[in-house]
Design a protein around this ligand. Structure first.
Ligand code: 5RP
Length: 235
């Protein structure tokens, strides 16, 4: 297909293998990030070459803009209603197919879209495969209202439940706060290891100012890990 020059071969291999799963007539969720962007380009090339009819919802404004620039029509999730398949990237994948996502600050929409899909397939390079989640700082989308209070409540909940001590840092771009597509802020939890992802997810979801965290537990059905030589392994 169209793009191979200058593209990470492992990400490309994963993206191609996932796009090969797409069938005519499918309703698709399109993920966010550099690997998902490669996937969107591969998908657009397949649609152009084979004349597939698809219905697509995007997990971010950036993905919607990219897809539309390549001739893919994007509808809202509610216009489509339910999706057959979502293909997205991940920051970490563990042996249980638990994920950390949100490196691109899009995990809120990504989670909503994945939850409305029969299948979620992750496309990633080998650096994303870990034994234990947590080396990648865990993104948490929070309301601007009461931001500092929410940060305190997160620290307090982690300490109270012995979920690990960590720095809770606001994500910045330069000196400006990162603002998500939904107008919220991002806190990154530098935990190093997440021993109990289920307990952590529950604790974070119980804090009122937390809109959504980047732990995706029990949502991913398949992870396609591309390799430099163009082959893939499936987890
Ligand atoms: C965006 C995400 C991305 O899928 C994740 O950050 C992986 O991105 P990349 O493929 O660029 O490594 O969760 O919120």
């Amino acid at each position: 297909m169209s793009q191979s020059q200058g593209v990470d071969p492992a990400k490309l291999a994963a993206a191609r293998a996932a796009v090969a799963m797409v069938e005519d007539g499918m309703r698709l969720g399109l993920g966010t990030g550099s690997t998902a962007a490669i996937m969107v380009r591969e998908l657009a090339a397949r649609v152009a070459a084979e004349g597939l009819t698809l219905r697509c919802a995007a997990t971010s404004r950036a993905t919607a803009e990219l897809a539309e620039s390549l001739g893919l029509r994007i509808e809202t999730l509610d216009q489509i209603g339910w999706l057959d398949l979502t293909i997205d990237g991940a920051d970490e994948v563990d042996p249980h197919l638990h994920l950390v996502k949100g490196g691109g600050a899009a995990h809120l929409r990504e989670k909503v879209v994945a939850a409305a899909s029969d299948r979620m397939v992750v496309v990633a390079d080998p650096a994303k495969v870990v034994e234990t989640l947590g080396a990648f700082p865990l993104p948490v989308e929070v309301l601007e209202f009461g931001f500092e209070t929410t940060r305190k409540l997160i620290r307090r909940a982690l300490e109270a439940q012995d979920l690990g001590e960590c720095d809770v840092l606001q994500r910045l771009r330069g000196s400006d706060p990162v603002i998500t597509d939904e107008g919220n802020l991002i806190l990154d939890l530098h935990l190093a290891r997440i021993e109990d992802p289920v307990a952590l997810a529950r604790a974070l979801s119980a804090i009122p100012g937390v809109v959504e965290h980047g732990l995706f537990l029990g949502m991913c059905d398949l992870a396609i890990i591309g390799r430099e030589d163009g082959s893939v392994i499936e987890l």
